[in-house]
Design a protein around this ligand. Structure first.
Ligand code: WQD
Length: 344
């Protein structure tokens, strides 16, 4: 297969980025990967190659360095588009170290946009987050649900990022898709790539799989006194490969000129919410693995419930999730066993 359309994939060795690299290659694009390796490992590139048979160009670059961003464009002068994942992403770390988040997440974006508009790269897909909705007044959230004041510098960098892209697209030849993710979970079915949390995972599913692998004595469920059916918090968990595929559909949507505005927003979620307890129960059912847990206090900053109305992406892009929660948890567990060298 000749892959002559190059797409710059920043953060392309990260969790969502690496799965999107696979989806792009399978759709006939050539990802050009830039990743500073601050939150992943270079071996992820081997996993991408094992799955697809292709080893994409990779630059271990920090995008806060404008000269390095320019170097990528010098080496790849005909980039079709940019899918921008590269960002620091831990909510509580951003509260303790806001300047790291504002510098990394916003300076990298600005350097990319300056090169893109100078070079005529006119398609930009931005990794945004349902965090921008804060504590929603109504559920499910649609793209018209009001953006709330951010409760963390991390969430603020996503909101400011959306505003920078919107203002830039007004005066430059740039088409932008803002993808607002919900909760990506799981791993590629091959177990060649998956999530690689640095340190103790903040997120639910990697903590579950590590606990089942014996790395932690138990899972703490942060609160069972929310106003939800079983008292535990609800989220819209989406298989990372379904999320990856949404990026390919967004690229095609722009390439085929189906966009109606220069900046369009899409929620990327399954449209269904699941509680923490449902995730725990499903994990135990599909894996048979032991999962000791206890109910702990609520976690600061958590919202009781949020899940997506995904009507718009279904209607406009014909995208819909293909994997179930059970698939995602099964794939996450297979990946955990693989990286821990546990028996298959
Ligand atoms: C999910 C639920 C926890 C861990 C975050 C970011 C968001 C996005 C996805 C980047 C909550 C509960 C968790 C644990 C638990 N990231 N939980 N015990 O907070 O919904 O979203 O990750 O874009 O921006 O905010 O995801 O996986 O941390 O938590 O009970 O050990 O699981 O309280 O209800 P979250 P999460």
């Amino acid at each position: 297969m000749k892959r002559d359309k190059e797409i710059l994939l920043t953060g392309g060795l990260g969790f969502i980025g690496s799965h999107t690299a696979v989806a792009l290659l399978e759709a006939g694009y050539m990802p050009v990967i830039a990743d500073d390796l601050s939150n992943t490992r270079p071996e992820v590139l081997d996993g991408i190659e094992k799955i697809t048979g292709v080893r994409p160009p990779f630059y271990p670059y920090d995008l806060r360095d404008a000269a390095l961003v320019k170097d990528i464009f010098d080496r790849h002068p005909r980039l079709e588009g940019i899918i921008h994942f590269a960002a620091s992403k831990y909510v509580n770390e951003s509260v303790e170290n806001p300047l790291k988040y504002y510098e990394n997440n916003l300076c990298s974006l600005i350097h990319l946009l300056k090169e893109a508009v100078n070079r005529g790269t006119d398609k930009f897909i931005f990794s945004s987050s349902c965090t921008v909705y804060g504590l929603p007044d109504t559920l499910p959230v649609t793209e018209e649900t009001p953006v709330k004041p951010a409760v963390s510098p991390y969430g603020n960098t996503k909101q400011i990022g959306e505003e920078i892209l919107t203002d830039t697209a007004k005066v430059h030849d740039l088409k932008v898709i803002l993808l607002r993710y919900f909760n990506p979970i799981g791993a590629h079915p091959s177990a060649e790539i998956g999530e690689l949390p640095v340190g103790v995972p903040q997120n639910l599913v990697p903590f579950i799989t590590q606990t089942a692998a014996g790395l932690h004595p138990e899972l703490r469920i942060f609160g069972d006194d929310y106003d939800t059916p079983d008292g535990t918090a609800i989220r819209d968990y989406i298989h990372v490969m379904d999320l990856a595929r949404a990026h390919v559909e967004a690229l095609k949507y722009l390439e085929e000129g189906r966009n109606k505005d220069k900046v369009e927003i899409f929620n990327v979620g399954t449209g269904r919410g699941h509680s923490v307890m449902e995730i725990v129960r499903t994990f135990k059912e599909v894996t048979g693995a032991p999962l000791p847990y206890r109910i702990a206090g609520r976690r600061e900053g958590d919202v009781p419930a949020i899940w997506a109305d995904n009507t718009k992406i279904r209607r406009e892009m014909g995208w819909e999730p293909r994997y179930t929660i059970a698939d995602a948890l099964r794939h996450a567990w297979a990946w955990e066993k693989k990286i821990r060298g546990l028996e298959e």
